[in-house]
Design a protein around this ligand. Sequence first.
Ligand code: NAD
Length: 322
Amino acid sequence: MFPYASDEEALRDVLRLSRGMTYKSALANLDLGGGKSVIIGDPRKQKSDALLEAMGRHLEGLGGQYIAAEDSGTSVPDLKVMGRHTQHVAGIASRIGFDGNPSNGDPSPATAYGTFIGLKAAVKHKLGQDNLSGLKVAIQGIGNVGFRLAKHLKEAGADLWVYDIHAENMQRAIDELGAKPASAEDILFLPVDVVAPCAMGAVLNDRSIPELKAGIVAGAANNLLDRPEHDAMLRQHNILYAPDFAINAGGIIDVFYERKGASPDQVRAHVDTIGDTLTEIFNRSDRTGLPTGEIANELAEERFRKHTAGAGLAPERLACAG
Ligand code: NAD
């Protein structure tokens, strides 16, 4: 939910987002197409039960072709209100999560764990080490995903630097995890091994890439590249980039299994495959000389073409569903 300036702007965004979901689901080997919905409005001022219920009725009208889950501007309680009128909402079921802890359906813990697994695969590839002890990591954005990622890294022995625009989020990581504070200006440019952007997109751009000192970028935020060509620019600067839609797929994997009723172990095992997928991307990138984002797109396309051929569906049909 976002106060888009016009219908055209909302339409552009929803098409971009739904395309991204198609690639993310395919790369995660999920039996899903890709879809996204947007609600035009300011979530702080214009959200009401009536609006969310209307959305629920609309989802019901799509007959299960599309399943909605929480994202920017919406939360678990909002999806529950939509769920008064439809079964076709996800990320809301109370159950035992993939990590054995109680879950309210929030996919963030699985996203953070998947990002941790992906970050480890990147470290193994670039630095040849399995052990994260003493690894220096800078995390931008200590929210739902960033804090949990920081916790996994701390438990693995990494040294952390953190920055968040909300001082209390940053303070929590300092107090509870012994992280060191950084500033808005320096968080991406510290002399660390890994930079993990977990706040917003487009942070990898003409200005930032030449200034990065880390050899690895591995974070959960969506749409990290400002423009597609920044993929190649990272490679030219000898920076290993873990493509965002490959490394942050833990949440969609979790949401998928919520509807299937799988065991926590099954979900965890699937999230663990994010590491193998990234290793395949990194190896193929080394072999071909192509940047990692381009390889991830290729691999996703191979997977959804194979899948749609098997299911007898035209790719464009599947890309609209789910
Ligand atoms: P969140 O809103 O809980 O956390 C984002 C944090 O970033 C907040 O603490 C916010 O204060 C901080 N922030 C915002 N602007 C900042 C800036 N300029 N500098 C530093 N910090 C800033 O969101 P989240 O659920 O943790 O998601 C983080 C990112 O990961 C988003 O880009 C989201 O789209 C992506 N993502 C999340 C999930 C998920 O399961 N939650 C799944 C896939 C991708």
